[in-house]
Each structure stands twice: as C-alpha cells, then as structure tokens.
Design a protein around this ligand. Structure first.
Ligand SMILES: [Zn+2]
Length: 308
C-alpha cells in the first residue's frame, strides 16, 4: 500500500491536491470514502479533537483501517487540530497516519519549540507518521459565523515558514483562509479569496508540503490557482456539515413515517457524496499531462529550487 508521504509527493508532481474531509459519523465517513473510490483518487479523513471525542479515537482508527484493507484503497486518517502532546500521542498510538499539531496561538518561538518536541515524540511512536505545524491565524470552529476578522491580517510570512519548516512534514499557513463560513458564503453571495502570491513564495522558499485549512466557501478559481501555486492538501469541513444537515433534513421531511435508519440515512449520504465528489473533481482538475508527470517523477527539486 502506498504511504501518505508518497501520495503527497505524487500529488505535488501532478499539480493536484488531495482532499481532506472531516467526519463525525458513519454517514460522512461512507460518503467521503465512496466519493473518493468512485473517482479513484486517494483521500484523507480528518477528525478534530471534538470529532474524536464523539467517535472514539481507537474506533475511528479501526473503521478507516478496515476500509483501507478491505478495499485496498488509499484512505488515510488525520488527527486534525491537536492542541496537546498527550492527545497527539493517543492518536499516534491508535494508528493515525498524520497529526496536525496546532499550537499556533502561542508566540512563534514557543510554537516552534513545542512542535519540535511533538515531532520527536510522535515519530518515536510511529516513524512513518506525518506531523503538520501551523503558523498564523485561521480562526477556529468549522461552523457558520456571523462575523469574521480581517482575513488579510495574521498571514504566514515566508520567513516564519522557513523557521518551522525543518521540524515538520507539512505546513498549515494562513493565506486568506479561515475555519467556518459566514452566512453570506453559505448563501453563495460571497467567497473567501486567497493570497496566491504568498502561497507561491512560501512554496518556493521552503519546498514543504502545504495544507489549506478552512477551504469551505472559497472561490473555485482561487482554489485551482492555490493548488497550482503549491497547495497539496485541501481541508473541507463546514461544507460537509452543511451537506449532511441538508440531506438529513430532506430525508426526514420526505419520509415522515419512516423509522428505519438505513432507509432514511442514504439520502444524507448522497447529499454529502455530491459535495465531496464536486470538490474532488475540482482538486484534480489541474492534473498535469501524464507524460509531464512522468518526466517530473524524478526526485524532489533541491531545497529552494522552484519547479518550473
Ligand atoms: Zn483546520
């Protein structure tokens, strides 16, 4: 089975992004897995500390592992936004593939120090585990917000990224993204816009894999440009939750007398599948020509050398 690191490397060379979707239950998990399997693209399932608490750390790890093994399909599990070393170590021991170690609210020096300690502790448990560091302010809560701070502030600088880069496998920068969506974004009236040049500069100066968090409600063209500029993984959570809620509402209202869960819930699965399928198609739309991706299938460019 291909490793997560190999999946990210392949995506980087092909100019595509891997979709990362948060799940809270079996409906969202089934929808994410089936959509990725329909399109035959690798996928990452994410669970935040709250989602893990609800699902059970070892239980979600067992479910993802059983899907991966039964179908021989590259589905990976990420411990999203983990704020303490104890919680990160629990996930690593349960078999998670990736840990987002998020102490981004601390001053940069302390963030770097704690992240370095976490990387050492986690790789001692599972050498192949990937660890993501976070710099900058992308807010918290994949919910519907009434207001947002100025998204042009608190952005990650290339200098900060270089300082953290040597300790981590992947970086979550603040580049105009934010967790959650405004009501106007849910209605489709406004979109998040990304700082594409900042993404390109950080990528050129660090070569680290970059994850775009809080991508729900982002302008489609900006997402395509961000992937072309160096984003390798895109996180979608709020849009999944909205699709789940709408699917469930519709299933309950169209079958008011039905009580059998497996007759009601497929409508919710379909609703989430449509969303995930559309997002995966977008993330893969810039795939470079096969011969080109083979040509760039050599080793990664030397540090700091941009791939043209
Ligand atoms: Zn996030």
């Amino acid at each position: 089975m291909i490793t997560l690191h190999e999946v990210l490397k392949q995506a980087e060379m092909q100019g595509v992004a891997i979709g990362h979707f948060n799940v809270s239950d079996l409906i969202t998990l089934k929808a994410v897995f089936e959509s990725a399997s329909d399109q035959n693209v690798p996928v990452i399932v994410g669970v935040s500390e709250g989602e893990r608490q609800f699902l059970g750390v070892r239980q979600i790890a067992a479910m993802v592992k059983s899907l991966r093994e039964e179908q021989d399909f590259p589905v990976f599990l990420n411990a999203d936004h983990t704020h303490s070393l104890a919680s990160a170590m629990e996930a690593a021991k349960a078999g998670f593939d990736w840990i987002v170690f998020d102490v981004s609210t601390l001053p940069l020096e302390e963030n770097i120090h704690q992240t370095r300690t976490a990387v050492e502790a986690l790789k001692a448990i599972r050498p192949e585990i990937l660890v993501e560091g976070e710099i900058g302010d992308i807010g918290s809560g994949s919910e519907i917000h009434d207001t947002a701070r100025d998204l042009r502030k608190g952005l990650t600088t290339p200098t900060e990224a270089r300082q953290l880069e040597t300790r981590i496998d992947t970086l979550a920068p603040a580049v105009g993204n934010m967790h959650g969506m405004l009501r106007s974004m849910v209605a489709g009236d406004t979109k998040k816009r990304l700082d594409i040049e900042r993404i390109r500069t950080i990528k050129e100066q660090t070569r680290v894999f970059m994850t775009l968090h809080g991508a729900s409600g982002t302008d489609d063209g900006d997402l395509r440009r961000a992937i072309a500029a160096g984003i390798t993984v895109v996180h979608i959570n709020t849009e999944v939750r909205i699709a789940w809620r709408r699917g469930l509402d519709s299933a309950l209202s169209t079958q008011p007398n039905e009580i059998v869960p497996y007759k009601i819930l497929p409508q919710a699965i379909d609703s989430v599948k449509r969303l995930v399928g559309a997002r995966l198609a977008l993330f893969n739309s810039g795939r470079r020509h096969a011969s080109l991706s083979r040509a760039s299938g050599r080793s990664r460019a030397p540090h700091g050398a941009p791939i043209s």
